[in-house]
Design a protein around this ligand. Structure first.
Ligand code: UD1
Ligand code: CA
Length: 487
């Protein structure tokens, strides 16, 4: 790759993106866990340019802040007024010159709103450009509907002569289906010269980058076009319909890669992956599953249906059914759900179980430990092979502070327990059903923490005379039945 290493990649991202009708700058909208401009920068990084410059303008503080977080090596050039794509590239080159850089070699130009463009295609463009000895090579594409795009005009011999914007095109030129993707390879030095000659005599009064083709060609240099193999790759996002379509296409690309690597995806149409998701072979993903952020699924795991995992790891042969997990670490062979909510800091050791209507947070749950039903486990540490009875609550909040509960290994806690933190139960502890545990329990003890049961005989007949309950009980009120007198 280094033989064809471009001198610079310039990403154009100064436009407002009015048609998104959004508070958020267009290039900051997300598809599959990465911003539009993030996708473009990632593709650009793949060709290892010496300099990577993003032209920012509209919402430049947010865009620049996002970029420095994403890739601190990116330089930004501010285009204060959006006077056209040619002007934008000129702004980027002036920024480089201010830092003593005169691009010597290939300069690639990419739009910040084409998230499906791959590094491979950029690399192929740079290689074709060098191979053909071109001064300019445009990445073109044959599209079913060319409305709105610049058209690639060729002469009778097939040589590229110009790019004409849709609004400046003749009726005949509008028939052309080969469009300008907005992605170019330029000879850096000739680009600098030509940009100085671009005028604003078009219908928008802008400096068009596309005019560089004619200028360079008139000066006797070669101009070419590389046709993209897949026109979907060059789709530019202008509105939210296109945003959804690009997300669908990128998602399908991620799913296909996973499936070809041995992952079973039962319903690709209802399965959503982010770019940072990794899935091992022989994982099965059931319908309605969304994997967000940096998830990792290990071999043999079955996830879904109707499940959303965010930044969560799932161990080998684990099962996650109809559940939501965020920042959780689910061990090998663990069973989760249906209807569990694992919140950040949850770690479930191998062979464990988080069952139905269970919520966990900041909880270290040991190997083989089970929380099967209707419970909240927050700010807790539980040892290995412990069973938490149904409907238990780890009472972690006193209204001011959060406290921790620690429970040992091989414990059997009764149903409907409250563990009022801070509290510690040793190993091998039993607790009685319905206990409110407020004091530490030493290892091997049974804790009983509930009122003694009293049965008040004849109460129903006395207090609810004539009621269905009284009749069902078949009892006479005490004192009115001779047989019971004197008891
Ligand atoms: C541009 C091309 C058109 C091509 C299409 C592909 C020109 C003159 N036209 O048209 O031939 O078919 O892209 O999608 O180049 N930008 C700036 N500063 C500016 C103007 C634009 O940074 O002053 C950025 C925008 O943010 C955007 C990109 O350049 O990322 C393209 O601009 P846009 O206005 O969308 O150009 P199109 O009309 O789509
Ligand atoms: Ca556009």
């Amino acid at each position: 790759m280094s033989a064809n290493r471009p001198a610079a990649v310039v990403v154009l991202a100064a436009g407002e993106g009015t048609r998104m009708k959004s508070r958020t700058a267009k290039v900051l909208h997300d598809i599959c866990g990465r911003s539009l401009v993030g996708h473009v920068v990632t593709a650009a990084r793949q060709v290892e340019p010496e300099h990577l410059v993003v032209v920012v303008g509209h919402a430049r503080e947010q865009v620049a802040a996002h970029l420095s977080e994403l890739d601190p090596g990116v330089r930004t050039a501010v285009q204060y007024e959006q006077n056209g794509t040619g002007h934008a590239v000129r702004t980027a080159l002036e920024e480089l010159r201010d830092r003593g850089v005169e691009p010597d070699g290939t300069v690639l130009v990419v739009c910040g709103d084409t998230p499906l463009l791959t590094g491979d295609t950029l690399q192929a463009l740079a290689e074709a450009h060098t191979r053909e000895g071109n001064a300019v090579t445009v990445l073109s594409a044959e599209v079913p509907d060319a409305t709105g795009y610049g058209r690639v005009v060729r002469d009778s011999g097939g040589a590229v002569t110009a790019i004409v914007e849709h609004r400046d095109a003749s009726a005949e030129q509008r028939e052309i289906r080969e469009i300008n993707s907005g992605v170019f390879a330029f000879d850096g030095k000739l680009l600098v010269d030509a940009l100085g000659k671009v005028r604003r005599d078009n219908s928008q009064g802008e400096e068009y980058l596309t005019d560089v083709l004619g200028i360079v060609r008139t000066a006797g240099h070669r101009v070419g076009a590389a046709v993209a193999a897949d026109h979907h790759e060059v789709v530019g996002i202008n509105n939210r319909v296109q945003l959804a379509e690009a997300r669908r296409l990128l998602n399908l690309r991620l799913l296909e890669r996973a499936m070809l690597a041995g992952v079973t995806v039962v319903d690709p149409a209802s399965t959503w992956l982010d770019v940072d998701v990794t899935v091992e072979p022989d994982v099965t993903v059931l319908p309605g599953t969304q994997l967000v952020g940096a998830c990792h699924l290990s071999t043999g795991a079955v996830v879904g249906p109707q499940t959303r995992l965010t930044d969560t790891t799932v161990g080998a042969d684990a099962r996650v059914v109809s559940s939501v997990a965020e920042g959780a670490d689910i061990g090998d062979g663990v069973s989760v759900g249906p209807f569990a909510f694992l919140r950040p800091g949850t770690r479930v050791g191998s062979g464990g179980k988080i069952g139905t209507f269970v919520e966990t947070k900041n909880a270290e749950i040991g190997e083989g430990t089970k929380v099967p039903h209707l419970s909240y486990v927050g700010d807790a540490e539980i040892g290995d092979h412990t069973n938490i009875g149904a409907a238990s609550v780890f009472v972690n909040y006193d209204g001011v502070h959060k406290h921790r509960t620690t429970i040992g290994s091989h414990c059997r806690t009764g149903a409907d327990n409250m563990f009022v933190a801070p509290v510690t139960l040793g190993d091998g502890v039993y607790t009685a059903a319905g206990s409110v545990i407020t004091k530490d329990v030493p290892s091997g003890s049974l804790a009983v923490a509930r009122g003694q049961q009293r049965n008040i005989a004849g109460w129903v007949a006395r207090k609810r005379p004539g009621s269905a309950a009284a009749k069902a009980a078949g009892e006479q009120p005490e004192g009115e039945s001779g047989s019971h007198q004197g008891d």
